[in-house]
Design a protein around this ligand. Structure first.
Ligand code: ZN
Length: 302
């Protein structure tokens, strides 16, 4: 009798250990970086710290060869990950890596497109289908129409002109366009972002699935005068793609207001969880910015 009770206890304890192990295992992901017209040695650390400090994620980092160097050996085994965070704007990846990345996305993988990752690969059609909107790097009206918010809906505008721009860096307010999506549910409809670039007049196939936040690009700051789509999901294969144009990286981890913004970090965390799992289990944080006041997490944790 006694030994069977001990055995039952041991089996129960083992089952609990297995369950809690499963529940606590962080989501495995990878950040791709190594070339960027931005400060990637700092930005990829800020992304990794924000995601890992939540306890929800464990991130490896793939650092490419430097610009102009031989890329042929650069590859990532995407099958190991639920989440890919793109912090890369540079030379073409080898074809094997392009193909593996497309297989990952089409098969249901999660992708975060962060800031200047939407500048990269202007001539790779499938990549542009994954980001939906891009800018710079020789893009023209042939890359696709503009997309902006006007009179309660998204407008597609094929006119010629600038393909990616931004005015002076400043604090600006994000305006919700979808308050029921798992990523935005419970978040304020308007919140003030830390000093950042406000990307405007981006172009592309425009296959935005769920538009989450826009912001008004004021001509007073040399902006477009349009309400620009800055945070959205993209429809591509079975993949879940979260595109966040915010987060221009500062000089150091300490001087990095766009990425230290609690709003940016919250959206990154919620978007990344949704990409990897299709759900968001995170509560709305107490330090989320208000419409009047930006809020910062200097050490990249809540
Ligand atoms: Zn930037």
């Amino acid at each position: 009798m006694r030994s069977s009770i001990i055995r039952l206890f041991a089996v129960t304890a083992f089952a609990f250990a297995l369950l809690s192990c499963g529940a606590n295992r962080p989501i495995q992901g990878i950040i791709i970086t190594g070339q960027n017209n931005h400060n990637w040695p700092v930005s990829h650390q800020a992304l990794k710290m924000t995601l890992e400090n939540s306890g929800l994620f464990s991130l490896e980092v793939a650092v490419s060869p430097a610009a102009g160097e031989d890329m042929t050996a650069f590859n990532v085994d995407f099958s190991k990950y639920k989440l890919v965070v793109l912090d890369y704007n540079g030379d073409s990846w080898p074809k094997a890596m392009n193909d593996a990345f497309l297989d990952f996305v089409r098969g249901g993988g999660g992708v975060v497109v962060y800031h200047a990752a939407d500048n990269s690969f202007p001539n790779w059609k499938e990549y542009n289908d994954i980001i939906a909107l891009g800018g710079w790097e020789g893009r023209t009206e042939k890359s696709g129409p503009y997309l902006y918010w006007k009179d309660g809906g998204l407008v597609s505008d094929a006119s010629a002109g600038v393909s990616g721009s931004h005015g002076f860096r400043h604090e600006f307010v994000l305006d919700a366009r979808n308050t029921t999506h798992p990523i935005t549910k419970g978040l304020p409809e308007h919140w003030k972002h830390g000093t950042d670039e406000l990307y405007d007049r981006m172009r592309g196939p425009g296959n935005v699935k769920d538009l989450l936040y826009t912001a008004y690009s004021s001509p007073e700051k040399r902006g477009s005068g349009r309400e620009e789509p800055l945070i959205f999901t993209v429809e591509y294969g079975k993949g879940r793609i979260f595109h966040i144009m915010l987060g221009h990286c500062g000089d150091t981890l300490e001087d990095n207001p766009a990425m230290q913004c609690a709003g940016f970090q919250t959206l990154l965390l919620r978007g990344a969880e949704w990409c990897a799992t299709g759900k968001v289990t995170q509560k709305v944080p107490a330090d989320f910015p208000t419409e009047e006041e930006a809020s910062f997490r200097k050490d990249y944790r809540e």
